[in-house]
Design a protein around this ligand. Structure first.
Ligand SMILES: *[C@@H]1O[C@H](CO)[C@@H](O)[C@H](O)[C@H]1NC(C)=O
Length: 449
């Protein structure tokens, strides 16, 4: 019997052990890379090698390959998609715009790189993600102040940008600009043009004012969906190329010459973010109980003092590390938050706070809605009923009611006095006021009577 129960205990522990030893790994593993031209495999090999060295399995295919399939038997075959196929007019196989969007909608990640040859298909995918490439298909971003000095570039379309980012050297960009869809608050610009840039066809004379100018032009943007899917959109495919990675860079009117552009650093950091090697949070071990206790009750009573705890970790690319921040808030919520408090952290991942349950009963929720730029959002909620006092749990004496207690006690006291007064009155003949008054002096009573 004892052996069996030990065996059962061990069995029941197995799932626990499994989950604690192999934490869910949020990093994408399998990436489908669609190319316009297989030569990109070598011209952009530094970027691809960096992904492979970080543990990703890349599946390269021509974008027109008739055997492209994102799914098989309703299951996605990939965790992420890289579209390095700006000019593709129609994907091969079963892939189309709707399939790409479904892939993202189901929480997968996407990198889209365009250039001057961007097809309607690629533009449409970008638009659906919240950015609009310049409609003029011949337009290219030109910057007469923030261009990179080079022999081949006379038209100032090779841009050296360090707007919006912190990198050691400027980032080289050659391609088309886009604007962010103002209605989409989930899009974030990560590399922008200088205020003097504009988007136009360098071949033609500038007859009408360009539609996109200055800092309104975004060069590279990212999107994080509400489902935590991440998308990177770049108007330049060269941004990821070996040539740009290894190029020296000198900004116009600057004497500083960098041996190496900021591209590799920029692209590496950005791709780490897109593929969830950065900024991915998880919350575990949510618990709550009365202050001083440890067991989680099935319900609370109004005005109970309670404690709420949760552990939050961030994925570092290889392991979960404590996430440290002071802006994680807990709501004790029923239609609206009755309690809103920042959680304090022990810097080891544990967040906690304590508060008094409000003097209102009903079904409440412990709620955390954590949305921070650059991080996956956390959305936790746990329902808990709050009951009123039971009839025998009310306080016997409430300090504010003391005048009333005083009043009722004085009434009782007065009644007792009256009652005592009555006793002798009943014993003597009623109506003889003289007698009654003399009653006070009882010692004389019998003789006088
Ligand atoms: C509390 O959290 C809010 C929102 O998350 C944040 O803006 C604020 O700075 C935090 N307050 C403190 C004192 O940390």
């Amino acid at each position: 019997m004892a052996k069996i129960s030990i065996f059962l205990t061990v069995l029941s522990l197995i799932p626990l052990l499994c989950t604690s030893f192999s934490p869910e790994n949020p990093t994408d593993r399998r990436i489908l890379v669609l190319l316009d031209d297989l030569a990109l495999k070598s011209s952009h090999s530094i970027f691809f090698n960096s992904l492979q060295s970080r543990g990703f399995v890349l599946d390269f295919k021509l974008a027109s390959d008739p055997k492209i399939n994102l799914q098989r038997y309703g299951q996605y075959l990939y965790d992420a998609l890289i579209l390095f196929s700006p000019s593709i007019k129609q994907f091969g196989g079963s892939l189309d715009v709707a399939a790409v969007l479904d892939f993202v909608d189901s929480g997968h990640d996407l990198i889209v790189a365009a250039d001057t040859s961007a097809s309607d298909l690629i533009r449409e995918i970008a638009t659906e993600c919240g950015v609009d490439f310049d409609e003029d298909s011949a337009a290219i971003v030109i910057d007469h102040t923030s261009y990179a000095v080079s022999e081949s570039d006379g038209d100032h379309t090779l841009i050296a940008s360090d707007y919006f980012i912190q990198s050691d050297a400027p980032v080289l960009f050659k391609g088309i600009g886009h604007t962010l869809n103002a209605a989409n608050s989930l899009v974030l610009e990560v590399l922008s043009a200088s205020p003097s840039a504009y988007s136009s066809n360098p071949e033609s004379k500038l007859s009408s004012p360009p539609s996109l100018t200055g800092s309104a032009i975004s060069l590279v943007s990212v999107v994080q969906g509400r489902n935590n899917a991440r998308v990177l959109i770049s108007g330049s495919l060269d941004l990821f190329s070996n040539r740009f990675f290894q190029s020296e860079v000198q900004k116009a009117r600057s004497t500083t010459k960098y041996d190496k552009s900021g591209n590799e650093q920029f692209v590496t950091e950005l791709s780490k973010w897109v593929f969830h090697e950065r900024g991915h949070l998880k919350a575990v071990d949510v618990r709550h109980h009365k202050v001083g206790e440890t067991a989680e009750p099935a319900m609370y009573r109004i005005t109970d003092d309670i404690e709420y705890l949760v552990e939050i970790y961030e994925w570092s690319g290889s392991s979960w590390v404590p996430y440290v921040s002071d802006d994680v808030q807990i709501q004790f919520y029923m239609m609206s938050p009755y309690v809103l408090k920042n959680l304090s952290t022990d810097n080891k991942g544990l967040y906690s706070t304590s508060f008094k349950v409000p003097d209102v009963y009903g079904v409440f929720q412990f709620k955390i809605e954590y949305q921070r730029l650059g991080y996956t959002s956390l959305s936790l909620s746990k329902q808990i009923p709050v009951r009123p006092f039971r009839h025998n749990e009310y306080e016997r004496f409430i300090p504010t009611a003391f005048p009333y207690y005083g009043a009722s006690f004085s009434t009782v006291y007065g009644g007792i006095l009256r009652f005592h007064d009555c006793v002798p009155v009943q014993q003597v003949d009623v109506g003889k006021l003289t007698l009654l008054r003399e009653l006070e002096d009882t010692s004389t009573f019998p003789e006088k009577f």
